[in-house]
Write a protein that binds this ligand. Structure first.
Ligand code: GRF
Length: 225
């Protein structure tokens, strides 16, 4: 018999992942949990897009896959309120945006602030927003990469937790560059989640702290300015 107390993974720090599409970052989280590299209980995967291929990845792994379709709501606020209700039912320690392509309202973000992480395909604060790979190439960037950051109300501007850099190679296209950056995303996202769920990563007075100290990614970033 399975009760709440004996369910597999009960007692592990809990997680909800939000997606909108392919779900390759979600897959790295599923794999890391399965292989014991990430001590977490993934309570649910929620998508705003009913056709997101990532939902099938969740189902295959036996994780509840839920849809809150933004097109069924008259405003961002009503969508966000329903999304928040879905997440809160699982009472997660952490919420991860893994390719979640909706801008979230300030109320939503404040509700989850300090336990809301996003993966973004650029070296923030460079290239917030969309089409980061094409924009990095157009700008002649010699380095590009990915960032995990705490989500705060300004879009893609919350404190950076962890970054990975890749060199821009001659002949790179947005597609080749995106593929190299994605490999790095798959490395740093589970790592940052692990830090958070182990209680090592916190948001304090607008700053990301790892083991009580400003995270190295932030320090590097400052040095490079
Ligand atoms: C990733 O590049 C993520 O950084 C961006 O959207 C993409 C999602 O990929 N925000 P996937 O759905 O995780 O495969």
């Amino acid at each position: 018999m399975t009760t709440a107390g004996t369910e597999p993974g009960a007692g592990r720090p809990s997680l909800v992942v939000l997606i909108s599409g392919r779900g390759s970052n979600l897959q790295t989280i599923l794999d890391a949990i399965r292989d014991g590299r990430l001590n977490a209980k993934l309570r649910a995967v929620i998508s705003n897009n009913p056709d997101a291929p990532g939902l099938e990845r969740a189902r295959r792994a036996g994780i509840p896959a839920e849809v809150v379709d933004h097109r069924n709501f008259p405003s961002r606020e009503t969508f966000d309120a329903e999304l928040r209700r879905h997440i809160d039912r699982h009472a997660p320690a952490l919420v991860v945006l893994a390719g979640f392509m909706r801008i979230l309202s300030d109320d939503f973000i404040r509700h989850f602030e300090g336990r809301l992480l996003n993966i973004h395909p650029s070296l923030l604060p460079e290239f917030p927003g969309l089409n980061t790979h094409a924009r990095a190439l157009a700008a002649g960037a010699r380095e590009h990469g990915a960032s995990v950051h705490f989500v705060t109300p300004a879009v893609d501007a919350g404190p950076v937790v962890l970054q990975a850099r890749v060199a821009v190679e001659p002949g790179d296209t947005p597609v080749t560059l995106a593929a190299r950056v994605l490999r790095e995303e798959h490395r740093i996202l589970p790592e940052a989640i692990g830090w958070f769920l182990a209680g090592r990563l916190t948001l304090s007075n607008g700053q990301a702290l790892l083991d009580g100290r400003p995270v190295p990614a932030t320090a590097n970033h400052r040095n490079s300015q």
